[in-house]
Design a protein around this ligand. Structure first.
Ligand code: PLP
Length: 426
């Protein structure tokens, strides 16, 4: 592992960083080092202006007419009604998806529900969903709820975190309908191989559903080329769409027209404004929509996604790995013997854009760091998590964050009473 150990080296790296200029596109609070863009991305500078425009002009002046034409005098694609698919098309290149397969709607949890139900219905004779015990809880909860609604005939088969492709191949027997995984683990940052696992699932006659919450905008994705069937993900993390931003969903073209949403709302109808009494699904990706789209959230997310235009995703990945390698190198050299155990893969190719440390005092350490202006987060029971959003983070931020961590540990600041209480959101 290559590690840069001096602050001067980090500054030199930043000076030649091909993505260095992207930082100016974001509002970053003074004095704060933000390593939590994998939880809630930062505010793009263009978002407040765009939201003001949507509120004051499109809503305030355009009123109901903005559904068809939000820009006065404009025609196709500019109406609010087109926003779920228009923003989906804008996002598609980041997912490695050809046009017509991505929509923005609802939350990741709701999209998981819709797409898992669609996938199970495509394999009616099979009854097993394979996933990972360490998958994000909402993914498991949604599967459990759906299984109960489907009469309890299905079963969730969970492999331990760290299971290999060979382990999944062994678990993918003739009973498996769907392999449902988070591409990058929220807890460890470990990254699955979409191509190898999709091929293994297909060889077994199963379908794949990927949760890209910690991938979109952070690591290169090639959903079409890698053979993914279905995917979902969050708009408020690396895509910088704002708190509670709508989520995205991907349905491979080969399944469109062959699946039915279990949430057959009118926006998924072939002609919502025909007001027909009977549901008739849209023949395309619009079939996955449900109700009236949240225009303010979609508008903010569209600005977030625009920040990636012109960004070379391979450069983004190279920088993300440089930042995470730097973090690992610095923590292991400067905080050796202080109880930090790397919980993320050491092998770069298997790591997403975050570095997680297991430590018995992860919670108070995280709080003490926040008090010093370094925002990471804590995942129960004992993980200190640092996310690296390559569009706006610098090498020197990582160096300074580790310096603060060193000081927190040296002074045993984390033992202070004020750092022991937990809030509702951690
Ligand atoms: C992997 C993963 N899936 C889903 C979610 C959340 O889904 P929702 O936006 O529905 O709350 C998260 C949130 O952190 C996540 O990490």
């Amino acid at each position: 592992m290559k590690s840069i150990l001096s602050r001067q080296d980090c500054l030199a790296q930043d000076a030649t960083d091909p993505l260095g200029s992207c930082r100016a596109r974001f509002h970053l609070p003074t004095g704060l080092i933000y390593l939590d863009g994998n939880s809630l991305g930062v505010l793009p500078r263009a978002t407040p202006g765009r939201l003001a425009e949507v509120v004051e002009r499109e809503w305030g002046e355009g009123l109901i007419g903005s559904w068809n034409s939000a820009v006065p005098g404009s025609s196709v694609g500019a109406g609010w009604v087109e926003a779920p698919l228009r923003v989906g098309e804008r996002l598609a290149p980041l997912l490695g998806a050809a046009p017509g397969q991505v929509a923005v709607a609802d939350s990741t949890s709701v999209n998981l529900y819709k797409l898992l139900a669609m996938a199970l219905a495509l394999r009616p004779e099979r009854r097993v969903i394979v996933s990972e015990a360490d998958n994000f809880p909402t993914d498991l909860y949604i599967a459990q709820g759906l299984i109960a609604q489907l009469g309890g005939r299905h079963e969730l088969r969970l492999l331990p975190a760290g299971a290999s492709v060979a382990d999944y191949v062994a678990a993918l027997d003739a009973e498996v309908a769907v392999l449902m995984l988070s591409h990058v683990s929220y807890r460890s940052g470990a990254m699955h191989e979409i191509r190898a696992l999709s091929a293994a699932a297909h060889a077994a006659g199963a379908l794949t559903l990927w949760d890209l919450a910690h991938s979109a905008g952070a690591v290169p994705l090639a959903l079409d080329a890698d053979g993914a069937d279905f995917a979902v993900g969050c708009g408020y993390k690396y895509l910088n769409g704002g708190p509670g931003a709508p989520a995205f969903l991907y349905i491979a073209a080969r399944w469109q027209g062959r699946v039915a949403s279990p949430l057959s709302g009118w926006f998924g109808h072939a002609q919502p404004f025909a007001f027909e009494p009977d549901y008739r699904p849209a023949p395309d990706i619009a079939q996955a929509l449900c109700g009236t789209p949240p225009i303010l959230g979609l508008s903010a997310l569209e600005v977030g996604i625009k920040q990636f235009e012109g960004v070379d995703i391979q450069q983004l990945r190279a920088k993300s790995l440089a930042l995470s390698e730097l973090c690992i190198g610095l923590v292991e050299s400067r905080l050796a013997g202080q109880g930090f155990v790397l919980a993320s893969p050491r092998e770069a190719a298997r790591r997403g854009s975050q570095v997680c440390w297991q430590h018995f005092a992860a919670w108070p350490i995280c709080q003490a760091l926040i008090a010093r202006g370094v925002v990471g987060d804590f995942r129960a029971p004992d993980i200190l998590r640092f996310g690296f959003a390559p569009l706006y983070l610098r090498h020197v931020d990582v160096w300074d964050a580790v310096e603060q961590l060193t000081q927190v540990m040296a002074a045993e600041e984390w033992r202070q009473e004020r750092f022991q209480t937990r809030g509702k959101v951690t």
